[in-house]
Design a protein around this ligand. Structure first.
Ligand SMILES: NC(=O)c1ccc[n+]([C@@H]2O[C@H](COP(=O)([O-])OP(=O)(O)OC[C@H]3O[C@@H](n4cnc5c(N)ncnc54)[C@H](OP(=O)(O)O)[C@@H]3O)[C@@H](O)[C@H]2O)c1
Length: 350
């Protein structure tokens, strides 16, 4: 497709949500449509930015946006028939905004489509380091990486030598939490849903130990074996049965960073948690957080993490799918554990 500025309208492929859903999402809940009439030029009199999308991020929170909420949720519901929106990496083709110029690379909220006209630019960040893979700004250097940084350093306040447990440990957030914890001199154990992921945790990310939770009939016993002295820090990504098994295994004055509870996202009736009493008896600090509240600390996170990426002390695994048409199945795969590492979709490489 030609993409000269100001040229006549071009076609734009996009992924739309067909209808609101309950339960587990299916590929058929979304579809790829082609629309015409996108001019590769920002309309006069606006401060919008027109971008070509390169990499799109598949994130668990997007499931919530596929359901119609009666009360406003912490993120807006998707609008059926319109392009799904989410985090991505893009190249600026045209801009009327003083902070963005043609040719800049940006990451932030964009559309699941080839070209997006972005009017709300407050969710857009100009990419400072382009000498690392640009796809990293969907994961390692983008929203999930920043989540790992805030959720671990700010919420958990780790100390050298502490015992750390991470669930969904090989995912976009978890793999980085584990590496941050190792940098801090902690003892780190992760759980994941396949032997391939368990091997990654131990062999690639340097976890001290890891286990496949799907092969453990008694999660409480599995944790006791790995943490005979107890857990100081639990980085919570899954909720449900894992959380219930962690609580009795926490140490006195332990901290739980409630980042996500993916095991509950598709359930129409959430599971109960029976062991909450241990929050009192073990004097646990159990704190939820959302990365939006900490966005002013993104530059600090970026400098810290880029330095470790460049000196090789932090590594990152991505699960890369090619083509917008494959984005729906990639997104759904998160809820079945199909992704190995950060799930992203390549729309275009340049
Ligand atoms: N608080 C915030 O601001 C914030 C920001 C970003 C992300 N989050 C949360 O952080 C968590 C991790 O996100 P991510 O982007 O790193 O995702 P991810 O781990 O890359 O992908 C999701 C993984 O969750 C696991 N999973 C899926 N269903 C599960 C179930 N029923 N029980 C247990 N595990 C299940 C699967 O791994 P296995 O094969 O290991 O089961 C799957 O690969 C999510 O809960 C997400 O909502 C929170």
């Amino acid at each position: 497709m030609a993409e000269k500025r100001g040229e006549a309208a071009v076609e734009n492929k996009k992924v739309v949500l067909k209808h609101y859903i309950t339960g587990f999402p299916k590929e058929s809940d979304m579809e790829l449509v082609t629309t015409g009439a996108v001019r590769l030029k920002v309309p006069e009199g606006t401060t919008a930015v027109l971008v070509k999308n390169l990499y799109l991020s598949c994130d668990p929170y997007m499931r919530s946006r596929m359901t119609k909420h009666d009360e406003p949720s912490y993120v807006p519901d998707f609008i059926p028939g319109e392009a799904i929106t989410g985090y991505g990496v893009a190249k600026v083709l045209d801009s009327n905004h003083p902070n963005f110029n043609e040719g800049d690379y940006v990451w932030g909220i964009t559309g699941w489509e080839e070209y997006s006209l972005i009017s709300s630019t407050e969710g857009l960040i100009k990419i400072k380091y382009t000498d690392v893979p640009l796809s990293y700004y969907t994961g390692l250097l983008g929203m999930p990486g920043f989540t790992a940084y805030i959720g671990f350093f700010e919420i958990c306040k780790p100390k050298k030598g502490e015992y750390v447990f991470i669930s969904a440990a090989s995912g976009a957030v978890g793999q980085l939490v584990g590496q941050f914890a190792k940098l801090m001199g902690c003892y780190v154990v992760g759980s994941a849903g396949s032997d391939e992921k368990v091997n990654l945790l131990k062999d690639k990310f340097g976890f001290d130990d890891a286990f496949n939770y799907k092969q453990e009939s008694d999660l409480n016993a599995a944790l006791k074996r790995r943490f005979p002295q107890g857990i100081d820090i639990y980085f919570e990504n899954v909720g449900g049965a894992t959380l219930d098994a962690v609580l009795p295994n926490m140490r006195i004055h332990g901290r739980i960073s409630a980042c996500g509870m993916i095991s509950q996202y598709n359930l129409e009736k959430p599971e109960g948690v029976r062991n909450l009493i241990f929050i009192i008896t073990k004097r646990i600090r159990f704190e939820g957080f959302l990365l939006f509240d900490h966005i002013d600390r993104y530059p600090e996170f970026l400098e810290f993490t880029v330095a470790h990426v460049k000196d090789g002390t932090i590594t990152y695994v991505e699960d890369v799918v090619e083509g917008l048409e494959n984005a729906p199945s990639a997104l759904i795969g998160l809820f079945f554990g199909r992704n190995v590492g950060k799930q992203l979709v390549v729309v275009a490489k340049e």
